[in-house]
Write a protein that binds this ligand. Structure first.
Ligand code: AVI
Length: 321
């Protein structure tokens, strides 16, 4: 039989989602595409801003409770510390340092969509905390679940920074349920939830005066320009944040300031925008106890402990199945 070679021109997930999102009404794009080298840096800058209170809250919780958390995690001996959306791992290093100082037997498995962020994290841990065993995994949260499934040690799954808030409730529920199904009775899920609070504090966190969050939001358009050969004029879009104190959802939009046409060469697609037409780009859900308990119940998890930052209202909850 003749050996035939087929050239497959595969359409990437990015191309598919950009096509669907920008031909839909209303238009939308996923915030997971904010993160390339430039987006990672912008997010690091956001986390360093005092208005983005979430980072300080979690630092405070981890710093104040690191001894108790160590006891909780080491209860059954060796474990895999699996971090979903590890980013630059700055907050996690509080725990990593504590574990290293106490010679805790564990392997750190940082998981992130960004290769660049993972490499930086891996290098910095090798330098700062050389005793720690690190096994990075690059992929989306859903790809990461497969990797988690194949692990044999006790699993402690970290999902910090209120990353869960970037999922709509139904997605969050489905995701937590999938995690629950992969957990053994002694495994733990340790999650950060930003809480409902003064709406102005939330708006300030997602709409800084320096324009860093605006640049972060617009980075999805910048990526379409460079990766899909498009001609978005970033100046002609406005970063707009809304917060609904009833539902707790903070939403980011890009709003077209004028009527405009955009060409996306790689998709052979022309997109038109009416003046003030929107692209929904991100949800950053804020929680209260009712929503957290509902998510836990729906996904078959039981909350065993919660650590709270009182200054701003932020919670790290521990769940078992
Ligand atoms: C990663 N994630 C939890 C951040 C958030 O708060 O939704 C991303 C972010 N978007 C704007 N500022 C920060």
């Amino acid at each position: 039989m003749q050996d035939t070679k087929t050239t497959l021109t595969s359409t990437s997930e990015f191309e598919k989602e950009v096509y669907t999102g920008l031909t839909d009404y209303p238009k939308h794009l996923s915030s997971k595409y904010f993160y390339d080298k430039k987006g990672d840096k912008l997010f690091q800058d956001i986390m360093a801003m005092p208005t983005y209170y979430l980072t300080d809250c979690e630092y405070e919780i981890l710093e104040d409770n690191k001894e108790e958390i160590t006891n909780l995690f080491t209860e059954f001996g060796a474990f895999d510390l699996i971090e979903l959306g590890a980013g630059d791992g700055k907050k996690t290093k509080i725990l990593l340092k504590e574990f290293s100082d106490k010679n805790v037997d564990f392997t750190y498995v940082p998981i992130d969509i960004s290769d660049n962020a993972l490499n930086q994290l891996h290098n910095s841990i090798e330098k700062e905390l050389p005793k720690i065993k690190v096994q990075p995994f690059q992929g989306t949260y859903f790809e990461a679940l497969e990797d988690i499934n194949s692990r044999k040690n006790r699993k402690i799954i970290l999902f910090l920074g209120s990353n869960i808030g970037n999922l709509e409730h139904d997605q969050a529920k489905g995701f937590m349920k999938k995690i629950q199904e992969l957990m053994e009775p002694e495994d733990l899920l340790f999650m950060g939830f930003d809480q409902k609070k003064n709406p102005q504090t939330i708006l300030d966190a997602y709409n800084d005066k320096e324009g860093v969050t605006a640049a972060f939001n617009k980075n999805v358009l910048a990526r379409i320009n460079t990766e899909l050969n498009a001609n978005f004029n970033l100046e002609q879009f406005l970063h707009w944040e809304v917060y609904n104190p009833e539902t707790g959802s903070a939403k980011s939009y890009l709003v077209s300031k004028i009527e405009q046409k955009v060409r996306i060469e790689a998709l052979d697609l022309n997109i038109t925008f009416k003046p003030w037409e929107t692209i929904h780009t991100e949800i950053s859900q804020k929680y209260d106890d009712e929503i957290i308990n509902w998510l836990a119940k729906e996904s078959g998890l039981e909350m065993t402990t919660a650590y709270q930052s009182l200054a701003y209202g932020y919670k790290n909850c521990v769940f078992k199945k």
